[in-house]
Ligand binder design. Sequence first.
Ligand code: PEP
Length: 255
Amino acid sequence: MRTMFVAGNWKMNKTIAETRELLSALKAGLNDLQGVERVVCPPFVSLAAAHELLAGTNIGLGAQNMHWEEKGAFTGEVSSGMLKELCGYVILGHSERRTYFGETDETVNKKLLAAQKAGLIPIVCVGETLAQYEAGQTAEVVSSQTRAGLQGVSAEFASQIVVAYEPVWAIGTGKASSAENAQGVHAVIRQVLTELFGAETAQAIRILYGGSVTATNAAEFFSQPDIDGALVGGASLKVDDFVGIVSQSQIAKGE
Ligand code: PEP
């Protein structure tokens, strides 16, 4: 049985002061909810403050990106070792990084291998564009992103990786995928993971759905057999919405 997992991607939102405010409210709201791994991913500059505020709580901390090199002349970048002092998770290959910052399957893979070395749990994003969806290429695109992104990863580490299926057309648009469509794509991803790492490891890997998840539609996604939680953007910035989504994931698996 996979533990449900809900992560909030704050993107480029919230100052340090606003981070403190939001986290205080989230701590109170999430305190009584058990049985769901929950993680927040604020911007880099807020990670130190968040690390202090979340110490001793059941809320994990993640970053939204990192570089694959350990150190050196990479102006503006942040390494796995720097993150490891503050957080346990890192989002890799988010579609906004692929679209606006030239992230490729190859760089995602380099980062994933760096995360493996550092002991950071990666939340690896895959997903098709609207044009690819309309052309019926979803299975092909997510399979190839998953294979290329996870190349060279050990089966032991693979079982800890979290994969997020995020159709690009559903991110920030208010137009979520249907739960049935997402389940179908998650089954494809799990099949690829089975081919890469074997059935036992593939069954242990959490696959999240992301794309306009709200407290209202979350339950439908979480009732699907291969949907193990959500990567949440916009709704993770609102306390009631994020708490609502975590709470739905708890209910969905009968906790
Ligand atoms: C995201 O950015 O990963 C995301 C899923 O955003 P939203 O929930 O706002 O669609």
